[in-house]
Design a protein around this ligand. Structure first.
Ligand code: COA
Length: 268
């Protein structure tokens, strides 16, 4: 028996093992969130009882985000990636989604183009070094403010994602923006980091981080030139890139307000 099925909790560990082999940054907590929030959009492909392909999706208002498309190396080029994508797109559309987002690796881009996804920007993976401000404590999460600022960049209500990531990390907010820093073992991820008043972005960065020797990474829209200036001035450099693509309604996307994604590509 082979075919598409539900992504179960038992699939998380095998997925994480495969993802680590690909050099992906992903954690169990993301899957607990995805399976708890939008289980109908989290899919696997099974062949003779073995799971050979994975994909997750999640819905924020009228937009959806597809991530974690991964097929076992020996099962590639047999149409499994495309079949998982077709099913995920159908599930999201059935659930009222009008715009579907994803970040595309070179290997995935062919499938996405053939399904009608269009490029809208690039996402750069920036890395560098730093440390949290000594004695830094997270500020209380004002979800209404975060949602309003985030919405200017992404055009939709993403409070579930913001609550998850900002409660998990340390948060600093200002009148026109916010920055969050999440622990990933010894390393730190900056994001979500959004500003409607771009001049506050650097102040937020400096409130959050000081020079140090912890590895820091963040995913940043290429269309945000202010972010590029800040990160270059702090000694960060670009270590990789992916295409940001969408399907469906043209989104109200404002990359100048998005300084870093909330996730490392998997959830937006
Ligand atoms: C990207 C990935 C998920 C694709 O999975 P897959 O199951 O190989 O996907 P498909 O088989 O549907 O399509 C892949 C290619 O095989 C081709 N193909 C499909 N069936 C085929 C067949 N029977 N014979 C020959 N080629 C075939 C497709 O046309 C496609 O060609 P393209 O690469 O030129 O676009 C897989 O390569 C992978 O896991 N890569 C590493 C992780 C990754 O990059 N994920 C995407 C993140 S954005």
């Amino acid at each position: 028996m082979s075919g598409c099925g539900a992504f179960l909790h038992d699939d998380i560990d095998p997925f994480l093992a495969l993802a680590t082999g690909e050099g992906w940054i992903s954690g169990r907590w993301e899957f607990e969130f995805l399976l708890g929030t939008f289980p109908q959009g989290c899919l696997v492909w099974r062949e003779a009882g073995e799971t050979v392909g994975y994909l997750t999706s999640v819905k924020y208002g009228k937009s959806g985000w597809i991530g974690n498309l991964l097929v076992q190396p020996q099962a590639r080029r047999h149409g499994i990636g495309r079949a998982l994508m077709e099913r995920a797109v159908a599930v999201l559309l059935k659930n009222g989604v009008e715009t579907i987002w994803l970040t595309a690796s070179e290997e995935g881009a062919g499938i996405y183009c053939r399904l009608g996804f269009a490029p809208i920007d690039h996402i750069y993976r920036w890395t560098g070094q730093g440390a949290p401000q000594p004695g830094d404590r997270s500020e209380p999460v004002d979800l209404e403010h975060l949602r309003a600022v985030d919405r200017v960049g992404w055009g939709d209500r993403r409070e579930t994602l913001l609550q998850l990531t900002c409660c998990r990390g340390r948060l600093h907010a200002s009148s026109g923006g916010f920055i969050c820093c999440q622990d990933w073992g010894d390393a730190l991820q900056v994001g979500p980091w959004n500003c409607v008043i771009a001049s506050q972005a650097l102040q937020l960065w400096d409130r959050m981080l000081v020079p140090g020797d912890r590895k820091i990474f963040l995913d940043v829209p290429a269309g945000n030139f202010a972010a590029r200036e800040i990160l270059s001035s702090r000694g960060f450099s670009v270590k990789g890139s992916a295409q940001l693509m969408y399907l469906g309604h043209h989104p109200l996307y404002q990359p100048g307000n998005i300084f870093a994604l909330a996730s490392m590509g998997s959830m937006g």
